[in-house]
Write a protein that binds this ligand. Structure first.
Ligand code: NAP
Length: 262
């Protein structure tokens, strides 16, 4: 039994940690990372890094490495690899599951402005504020590059490459972030609007509470849809349950989840 996890997220790492504990003896786990981040936190088990060369490349990898199940645990906004995973799984006849953390939900006092894309978010900004806390990551900054009248605090894990906004300060940092820290950033930089993807999860959510407290608007970029027909679970435990069900014929489902078997 060989399971390939497409990763690059906290949930994918957590899934790998769970799987190495409960996998039956002889089972193989490979996690795949895109290689975007310098010095990534590596999950346990085998790890491969770098693209597959599109859907055909991924399908070939599934066949060559005799993969029995594919779990797409990539970031909710990593739409290309998810699309490729669906195509490759169909081509190679490998069962596929998508693991997606739940999106964020606005609460009382939130002033959220949904956007369908980074370009839509950029178009909405001039009407909402002048000093922008941009938390959508270093990819796709070109969408904001023409907004010369706005100032940006751009936070990302690694340094961005041009094109990006002319008036931009870069803050290199990696979550989890704290409410105190986010409050302080908003205060110190006199931020009057926040831009975020609907990434979900706790690690980067404190900016939303800080924006609510500061009574400033948040532009929230909607997620791309999961490819049609692919089953979805919202956490690593759900993915383990799905695998157990799939491999029940090989005798794995009878193992007690609380009793690591290999
Ligand atoms: P993407 O646009 O969906 O994918 C672009 C290409 O990168 C894919 O076609 C594939 O190349 C390669 N790739 C992506 N994920 C891969 C993986 N796990 N293993 C091997 N190759 C992968 O992805 P992205 O938005 O650039 O994100 C890249 C990675 O960063 C993802 O793994 C994702 O989980 C993580 N991440 C993304 C975000 C975000 O906001 N997008 C945030 C945090 C983490 P080939 O076509 O050559 O196979």
């Amino acid at each position: 039994m060989h399971v390939l996890v497409l990763g690059g997220t906290t949930e994918a790492r957590r899934l790998a940690e769970l799987l190495v504990e409960v996998f039956p003896a002889g089972a193989r786990l490979t996690s795949s990372l895109a290689g975007r981040v310098a010095g990534p936190r590596l999950p346990p088990g085998e790890v491969r890094i770098g693209g597959f060369g599109g859907a055909d490349g991924l399908a070939a990898w599934l066949r060559t490495h005799r993969v029995d199940a594919l779990i797409d645990a990539t970031h909710p906004f990593a739409g290309t690899i998810s699309f490729n995973a669906a195509a490759a799984a169909a081509e190679a006849h490998v069962p596929l599951l998508a693991l997606r953390r739940p999106g964020w939900v606005p609460g009382d006092g939130d002033d959220w402005h949904p956007a369908g894309s980074l370009a839509e978010a950029a178009a909405a900004l001039p009407a909402l504020g002048r000093r922008v806390f941009l938390t959508t990551g270093r990819m796709g900054l070109a969408a904001f590059a023409g907004l010369d009248e706005l100032w940006f605090l751009m936070r990302s894990v690694d340094a961005p490459e041009a094109p990006y906004p002319a008036r931009m300060e870069v803050l290199l940092d990696r979550g989890p972030f704290t409410l105190d820290g986010e409050r302080e950033l908003i205060r110190r930089h006199r931020i009057d609007v926040v831009v975020t993807k609907d990434s979900g999860g706790a690690a980067t959510a404190p900016k939303l509470a800080a924006a609510r407290e500061a009574r400033i608007p948040v532009v929230v970029v909607r997620r791309p849809p999961v490819p049609r027909g692919i089953p979805v679970v919202d956490g690593p435990e759900g993915a383990v349950a799905w695998l157990r069900e799939h491999f029940s014929r090989q005798g794995w489902a009878t193992a007690d989840p609380a009793q690591p078997s290999g």
